[in-house]
Write a protein that binds this ligand. Structure first.
Ligand code: ZN
Length: 134
């Protein structure tokens, strides 16, 4: 038996979309950008945690992705204003909607990651689940 405790860092697990409990299993079955919809694993392939904690749990992720989208929109509006100095509303609408569509798979994925890693009470990293399966 391997007694060496493994503690995996939080940030790589968040960036790579790993399970919040073991930080080893992938949350998503498909890559972020590809043709077709993103598929999330029902359970963690490493520790077996059920990602959808209760029915409709990921509706909360829509609020997170809404907050992310608003933050991106405001940042882009400030960036467009700073870079071009334009006051043409169609420039803002065109760029913000285009970038919003491009970022939507990112928002979908990271809203769920943020929800499970930071906004779920009672769900914490359990280092003992990170070790290799026996
Ligand atoms: Zn896991």
């Amino acid at each position: 038996m391997n007694n060496q405790e493994i503690r995996l860092a939080a940030w790589p697990a968040i960036v790579h979309g790993k399970c919040p409990r073991c930080r080893r299993g992938n949350m998503f079955a498909t890559p972020m950008y590809h043709f077709g919809s993103q598929v999330m694993n029902k359970t963690c392939p490493h520790c077996g945690m059920v990602f959808e904690r209760e029915p409709g749990y990921f509706y909360v992720a829509m609020l997170v992705s809404y907050a992310m989208f608003v933050a991106e929109m405001v940042s882009m509006a400030v960036a467009i204003r700073t870079l071009t100095g334009s006051s043409n509303p169609w420039l803002y609408v065109g760029i913000i909607l285009t970038v919003g569509v491009i970022l939507s798979p990112f928002n979908f994925r990271y809203s769920r990651i943020i929800l499970l890693h930071w906004l779920t009470p009672g769900l914490h990293y359990q280092p003992e689940t990170s070790s290799d399966k026996k």
